[in-house]
Write a protein that binds this ligand. Structure first.
Ligand code: UD1
Length: 422
C-alpha cells in the first residue's frame, strides 16, 4: 500500500506549471464520441486515473485512442458498442457524461449507475429528466441504466439546480438534437465554456456558455477537431493555498486568474499576497500563523468553489481567530475534519458549517484521505505541521492531481510516496 509522507516546516519557493483541467477534459473526452468524421486531437490532457478510465471506456466502445506526451488523439468514427457498463465505471461519476453523446449519436446507451468521490448522495435525476425532455427513455435495473430514443428533439429545459454534469450532458445531447434546445438555470463554470468551445469547433452551434442560459441549434453531424484544455483552476488554487499555509514565495504558470477570483479574494482577505500576472499568479506568504480567520460559503460558480473549501480550511488551522466554513453543494464534504483533529486542530462541525479556532501548532499524524480534495487538504496541513504526516487512501489524490508530490518537491517540500505494509 502506498502513502504520501510529508515532513512539515519547509517554505515553498520556485515556479511550477499548472496542468490541463480534470473537470474540463473528462466531458471533452466523452464529447469526442460525437464525431462521426475525422479525429479529435486534445492537448494538455492531465495524466490522472479518471482520465485513464474514460479512455478505457472509449476504447471498449471501439474508439481508437493514443497518447503522445500530454496529447490524446481519438478516432471515434468506428464505434461498435454502446454499453459503457464496465466495472471500473462504477467508481467514477464522470462516466455518466457518456449518456448524452451515446444517445445523441447512436440513439442508445448503457451505463452503470456512476460512483465518484464519497462526498454525498450525488443523484442523477437532473441528467435523466433533461435527456427525457429531449426524447430519451430510461430503464434502470440492477445498477445498470439503459437509455434509448427514436431521435433527440430540441426542447426548453429548466434545471432545478445549476448542475455542472447535467449542463454538460444536455449541451452534448442538444448539439445533435433536431431543432433548438434552450437550457435555463445552467452551470456557468469555465469548464462549461471550454466544452462549448470544443463542441463549436466540432461544428455545433452553441451560444451563451458561461451565462445561465445556453441555446443550442442542433446540427446533423459533428467532426473531430483540435483543442487545448484550459488550465486546472482547482489544481492552481490548491498550490496557491499550499503556499499560503506553508509560507514562501512561488509562481504558478499557466493559470487564469479570472477563473480563480473567489480564491484570490479569500487569500487576500486572510493576509496572503497575491500578484496576478499575464501568464500566472505569484503567491507570497509567511504561513498559516500569519493568516486571519475567514468566513467561507461554497456556491456554484462564480461563488467560492466546493472543490476548494477543504484546502482553504487546511490553511487556516493555525490562523488568528475563528473561521466558519459553510458547505452548500455537497452534504458530506467534511469527513476530513476528524483527520484534522488528529493533527491537533480545534474544529467542530454543526450541520453543514464548520467552526475553527486557530491553534498554536499542528502536529504530524497518520491520516487518511476521505475524498480527492480532502486528500490535498491533509497534505497542505502536513506541509506546516510539526513532524511527519502520513496520508493514506492516496488513490483519491491520484484521481485529480497529476504530479502533486513532484510539484511540491520542486517547490522545496519534504514529501515522498512510500510503500507500507497493510
Ligand atoms: C462537478 C465536478 C466536481 C465539483 C462539482 C460542483 C466534474 C467531473 N466534477 O461535479 O469536481 O465538485 O461539479 O462544482 O466536473 N445534483 C442533483 N441531481 C443531479 C445532479 C446533481 O441533485 O442530477 C446535485 C448534486 O448532488 C450536488 C449538486 O447538484 O449537490 C452539484 O452537483 P453537480 O454540479 O452536478 O456536480 P458534478 O457535475 O457531479
Amino acid at each position: 500500500m502506498e502513502k504520501i509522507v510529508v515532513k512539515g516546516g519547509n517554505p515553498l519557493k520556485g515556479t511550477i506549471s499548472i496542468k490541463g483541467s480534470k473537470n474540463s477534459v473528462l466531458p471533452i473526452l466523452t464529447a469526442a464520441l460525437l464525431a462521426s468524421d475525422g479525429v479529435s486531437v486534445i492537448h494538455d490532457v492531465p495524466k490522472l486515473s479518471d482520465v485513464y478510465i474514460i479512455i478505457d471506456i472509449l476504447e471498449h466502445l471501439g474508439a481508437k485512442c493514443s497518447w503522445d506526451g500530454n496529447t490524446v488523439t481519438i478516432d471515434s468514427t468506428k464505434v461498435v458498442r454502446l454499453d459503457a457498463s464496465l466495472n471500473c465505471v462504477g467508481d467514477m461519476r464522470a462516466s455518466f457524461l457518456l449518456l448524452g453523446p451515446l444517445l445523441a449519436r447512436f440513439k442508445s446507451s448503457e451505463i452503470l449507475q456512476p460512483g465518484g468521490c464519497a462526498i454525498g448522495v450525488r443523484p442523477i435525476d437532473l441528467h435523466l429528466k433533461g435527456l427525457e425532455a429531449l426524447g430519451a427513455d430510461f430503464a434502470q435495473t440492477h445498477g445498470v441504466i439503459k437509455g434509448s430514443t427514436q431521435g433527440l428533439k430540441g426542447a426548453r429545459i429548466y434545471l432545478d439546480f445549476p448542475s455542472v454534469g447535467a449542463t454538460e450532458n444536455l449541451m452534448m445531447a442538444g448539439a445533435l438534437a433536431e431543432g433548438l434546445t434552450i437550457l435555463e438555470n445552467v452551470a456557468e463554470e469555465p469548464e462549461i465554456v471550454d466544452l462549448a468551445n470544443f463542441l463549436n469547433n466540432m461544428g455545433a452551434k452553441i451560444t451563451g456558455a458561461g451565462t445561465n442560459i445556453i441555446k443550442i441549434k442542433g446540427v446533423p453531424s459533428l467532426k473531430g477537431t483540435v483543442h487545448t484544455v484550459i488550465p486546472d483552476r482547482i489544481e492552481a488554487g490548491t498550490y496557491m493555498i499550499a503556499v499560503g499555509a506553508a509560507g514562501g514565495d512561488a509562481f504558478f504558470e499557466n493559470t487564469i486568474s479570472d477563473h480563480l477570483k473567489p480564491v484570490v479574494a479569500k487569500l487576500r482577505e486572510a493576509g496572503v499576497t497575491v500578484i496576478e500576472e499575464a501568464n500566472g499568479i505569484r503567491i507570497i506568504s509567511e504561513g498559516s500563523k500569519f493568516c486571519k480567520g475567514l468566513y467561507i460559503k461554497t456556491m456554484p460558480y462564480p461563488g467560492f468553489p466546493t472543490d476548494m473549501q477543504s484546502q482553504l480550511l487546511a490553511m487556516l488551522l493555525c490562523s488568528n481567530g475563528r473561521s466558519y466554513v459553510t458547505e452548500t453543494i455537497f452534504e458530506s464534504r467534511f469527513q476530513h475534519i476528524e483527520e484534522f483533529r488528529k493533527m491537533g486542530a480545534d474544529i467542530i462541525l454543526a450541520g453543514n458549517t464548520v467552526a475553527l479556532t486557530g491553534v498554536d501548532k499542528i502536529y504530524g499524524a497518520n491520516v487518511n484521505a476521505t475524498d480527492l480534495r480532502a486528500g490535498a487538504a491533509l497534505i497542505i496541513a502536513g506541509l506546516y505541521a510539526e513532524g511527519e504526516t502520513h496520508v493514506g487512501n492516496i488513490h483519491f489524490i491520484d484521481r485529480g492531481y497529476d504530479g502533486l508530490v513532484e510539484n511540491l518537491k520542486a517547490l522545496g517540500a519534504d514529501i515522498k510516496r512510500a510503500k507500507f505494509d497493510e
